[in-house]
Design a protein around this ligand. Structure first.
Ligand SMILES: Cc1cc2nc3c(=O)[nH]c(=O)nc-3n(C[C@H](O)[C@H](O)[C@H](O)COP(=O)(O)O)c2cc1C
Length: 322
């Protein structure tokens, strides 16, 4: 039976083995802080352009903002090779990342076209050079997040991992799908197990952890050092506390409707403080479904949320749920 335990990533000791995965458009300061408050042990920014960082553009720098009281933060960057990594380091280090993670998994055509994200899977040597560029310049632990391969005819995660380790990487996350799978199909956890068995650094598993029990199963079936939770945490930050409860043998933790509603509104308030009421209320629409999943009248509340333009609109939508 797996347990809840700290994880060492280079010089950093993370207090537990349940991480919030990077998710573009979701893992903003408000959501990360909420997940930390609900048991996440490490959180990541969404993918941040190394080129944008190198240029010091304000929209890029804004992605590195922290929530009040948010101390530890893994910053994920994407780039096409070692040169841009070297150029972005001054601005990156100025924000004091706890860990620097390199994205080698983004499947979006716009990103692939520029040689970034999972395009890197086709050039394992580049990941060696990118990791080394950071390791040669600073003491911050470096991790990489990658996929099984570019497609099912080019599964090369082992070779990729070897290159990253040769360069001194401090931890690796495998999203057990290929680029051509995007987010569909079943993640192949047996690959996470194989990677863990072959690796000398901590391995984190990603893919299909939708409920707390899945986190326990992934730890058990793969032997990985930590689980990264992505879609399963959207509108459900409680998944971390629930998984911890199972890992500590305390059984299932049920979260009541009142707590769900109050945490949802707390996330929205934090988003409003960070980005203003209208923008926050628009962005929050995509999180609502998770908070009220399986609850009676959820469909009508979801419809009301699609029109919500201010905080009070959400308060009255949630008030319909008893
Ligand atoms: C909306 C969305 C945005 C994502 N953005 C990122 C990202 O910025 N960086 C990254 O490495 N992975 C990103 N991912 C991938 C997740 O971190 C994770 O590896 C993937 O969703 C598999 O986990 P799941 O099946 O449990 O959702 C994203 C996934 C989703 C659904």
């Amino acid at each position: 039976m797996p347990d809840f335990h700290p994880v060492s990533i280079g010089s950093v000791q993370v207090p537990g083995n349940l991480f919030l995965a990077p998710m573009a458009g979701y893992t903003d300061p408000a959501f990360r802080k909420l997940c930390l408050d609900n048991g996440a042990c490490l959180t990541y920014t969404e993918m941040v352009s190394a080129e944008g960082l190198a240029r010091g553009g304000q929209p890029t720098l804004d992605l590195l903002r922290r929530a009040p009281g948010e101390n530890e933060l893994a910053v994920q960057i994407f780039g096409d090779g070692p040169s841009v990594i070297r150029r972005c380091l001054d601005n990156l280090l100025a924000c004091k990342p706890t860990i620097i993670d390199i994205n080698c998994g983004c499947p979006v055509p716009k990103v692939i076209k520029t040689g970034c994200g999972s395009a890197l899977m086709q050039h394992p040597r580049l990941i060696y050079e990118m990791v080394k560029a950071i390791k040669d310049s600073c003491q911050v632990p470096v991790t990489v997040k990658f996929r099984l391969g570019f497609d099912h005819n080019s599964i090369n995660y082992m070779e990729f991992a070897e290159q990253a380790q040769k360069a001194g990487v401090d931890g690796m996350c495998l999203h057990a799908r290929t680029r051509s799978d995007f987010y569909a199909g079943k993640a192949d956890w047996s690959a996470i197990k194989a990677l863990k068995e072959q690796s000398s650094v901590p391995v984190f598993g990603s893919g299909d952890v939708m409920e707390a029990i899945d986190a326990v199963r992934m730890l058990e079936e793969t032997g990985c050092d930590a689980v990264m939770i992505a879609r399963g945490a959207i509108g459900n930050p409680f998944i971390f506390l629930q998984a911890r409860s199972l890992l500590e043998g305390k059984g299932e933790l049920v979260i009541g409707l009142d707590r769900r509603k109050s945490v949802a509104l707390a996330q929205l308030r934090c988003m409003i403080a960070d980005k203003g009421e209208l923008k926050a209320c628009r962005e929050f629409r995509k999180c609502v479904a998770g908070y009220i999943k399986g609850i009676e009248k959820a469909a009508s509340v979801r419809r009301q949320a699609m029109e919500a333009r201010c905080y009070d609109d959400y308060v009255s939508a949630f008030a319909r749920l008893e």
